[in-house]
Ligand binder design. Structure first.
Ligand code: CMP
Length: 139
């Protein structure tokens, strides 16, 4: 049984490069319904907590610096098979390995600055959505 919600962020690189509109268009054109969305900026503490699972990785400091350097768009998206379908839409973590037409192939610049986040499991989608949104902000 697969879930019907996933969590995404349009990351600071894609926001800086003016891609919010194009990325949201691809997301909605692929059949995802926006059930929560906000334009916000992560504090260092927020980013360290959100990415705690990566805290021992060599790129952790770089990741926190990147994710806090400017605003992001955070959203919860609804569609059947949401986690898997969204990861197909965004493409591989490394844009050099991402399939043609995917969001990362189009808009990401490197493995670190890869334009968008997509949850990797139903469990993490629920955790990540709750990290960013109160229940009354989800429609
Ligand atoms: P995402 O999968 O959204 O969440 C973890 C993030 O860590 C990933 O996107 C990249 O932004 C970052 N990341 C993963 N691997 C590397 C790497 N080898 N070097 C730098 N950043 C990375």
């Amino acid at each position: 049984m697969t879930g019907n919600r996933t969590f995404t962020m349009i990351k600071p690189d894609a926001v800086e490069n003016g891609h919010i509109g194009a990325i949201m268009e691809k997301i909605t054109a692929a059949g995802f319904k926006i059930v929560a969305m906000k334009y916000t900026q992560l504090s260092v503490r927020d980013a360290q907590a959100f990415y705690a699972v990566h805290s021992e990785r060599p790129f952790f400091g770089e990741l926190v610096t990147f994710m806090t350097r400017g605003p992001i768009v955070a959203a919860i998206l609804e569609k059947s098979n949401a986690v898997e379908d969204f990861r197909a839409l965004i493409g591989a973590t490394n844009p050099e390995e991402a399939a043609e037409g995917t969001i990362r192939k189009l808009y990401a610049t490197s493995i670190g600055e890869n334009a968008v986040h997509g949850s990797d499991s139903d469990e993490n989608a629920a955790i990540e959505g709750a990290f960013h949104f109160a229940g009354r902000e989800v429609y």
